[in-house]
Design a protein around this ligand. Structure first.
Ligand code: TRP
Length: 331
């Protein structure tokens, strides 16, 4: 039975934007949690393809990115019988409701959004979509009335904006939206990339989860470390190779590597080789499953279609409530 029918479970909702190859930051910060949480929560997980439109300009590329992300999620174990898994653009209510919430959102609130300010500071193209990104995201969340929104730390502000918009709407028109809570597991709040900054495609510092071994090797061997000589003891607490390794290792493996760091005579290159092996081994079963799934895209399309039907049932109900409250239903 689909979890959508069990009223006692708390509801989670989250989305990932198809903008590039899935990397450890996406996996540890979001996708892995989403897969784990589907057992305990009533779960809505979606592909935020409308959000990608702010940056991905090539139609063919976007199409491919959407399919890739669907394959990634299903390969990683997202189960369409446990989670409502769908594509944002399949649910027209997201775009429709964005207009309504645009009209209660102060422009000054969006001017404070990190992503927008960052784009302005870097002299990037700032289209209206980038400016309005937090409102579309607020709708993504509010329309499904979730209890929790599991996201990485970088998305915290967006969830706060969603809370503010929901509060303002509710005060003006009556209680429709549930005020959502961000859920940010502390240990993976920020995953650091190969250059020491937050792992992000836009920084070119990612470690891909489904890359062929050669690519993975290049990315992992390229992790920046400090210049402590091989012979000297090293501090595992200050090294990103160790940190990344510890996400995948059990306690005794972590202890073993800690001792190697502390005793000296063990170089970062050796640690990187261990990390490479661990990451490759960890994703091996998922890689196989992904390969299988990629031969059956009809199945993937069907999953998304069925997910969209379930999502639409909820979204259209919220839309009807909003339309009624704001005066778009004539009696
Ligand atoms: N902005 C999110 C990101 O870049 C993706 C996203 C869009 C999202 N809509 C959402 C996440 C709603 C959680 C809930 O990662």
């Amino acid at each position: 039975m689909s979890s959508i029918n069990s009223p006692k479970k708390k509801r989670i909702l989250s989305g990932v934007k198809p903008t590039g190859k899935a990397h450890l930051g996406n996996y540890l910060g979001a996708m892995r949690n989403h897969v784990q949480m589907q057992d305990e929560y009533e779960s809505f997980i979606f592909i935020a393809d409308l959000h990608s439109r702010t940056t991905v300009k090539n139609a063919k590329e976007l199409q491919q990115l959407i399919i890739d992300l669907a394959l990634d999620y299903l390969a990683l174990g997202l189960d369409p019988d446990k989670s409502v898994f769908f594509r944002q653009s399949d649910i027209h209510e997201h775009a429709e409701l964005t207009w309504i919430l645009n009209c209660v959102t102060p422009k000054s609130m969006l001017e404070l959004a990190h992503a927008y300010k960052d784009a302005v500071a870097k002299g990037k193209e700032v289209n209206v979509g980038i400016f309005d990104y937090p409102v579309l995201m607020a709708v993504d969340i509010l329309i499904y009335k979730p209890d929790l929104v599991p996201v990485g730390k970088d998305q915290k502000q967006h969830v706060e904006i969603a809370r503010d918009i929901a509060g303002k709407f509710n005060r003006t028109y009556g209680e429709i939206f549930k005020i959502p809570e961000p859920y940010i597991p502390e240990e993976v709040a920020v995953v650091i990339g190969t250059d020491g900054q937050k792992m992000s495609k836009s920084y070119g510092n990612i470690i891909e989860i489904f890359a062929p071994e050669k690519t993975l090797k290049k990315q992992i061997m390229g992790i920046v470390t400090d210049s402590t000589p091989i012979d000297s003891p090293k501090d595992p607490g200050k090294d990103n190779v160790f940190k990344l390794y510890s996400y995948f290792a059990n306690d005794s493996e972590k202890k073993e590597l800690t001792e190697k760091y502390r005793s000296g005579g063990f170089g970062y290159g050796d640690a990187k080789k261990m990390l490479l092996e661990k990451v490759f081994e960890h994703f091996e079963p998922y890689r196989k499953k992904r390969e299988e799934l990629s031969k059956n895209l009809d199945y993937v399309r069907e999953v998304l279609q069925k997910g969209a039907e379930k999502a639409r049932a909820v979204a259209s109900k919220t839309k009807a409530e909003v339309w009624e409250k704001v005066g778009l239903v004539i009696k």
